[in-house]
Write a protein that binds this ligand. Sequence first.
Ligand SMILES: [Zn+2]
Length: 66
Amino acid sequence: MSNYGELSVYFACPHCHRVYTAKQERKLGRAHGCFRCGACRTPVHEWTGYYDFTDWRPTRLKTKSA
Ligand SMILES: [Zn+2]
């Protein structure tokens, strides 16, 4: 059991600006998929290649105001 190559990444919905976090995992084969915003159904991220994105969760990121 190893988390080799796993990384948390953030994506913002281009339509409603909600922010999601996902886990980026390196795959030995090809991965592809699409994640849609849970609120407005806009595709937030589409991917293809040697990385897969799993465990999508909404998050509340605050922009730094100072
Ligand atoms: Zn959205």
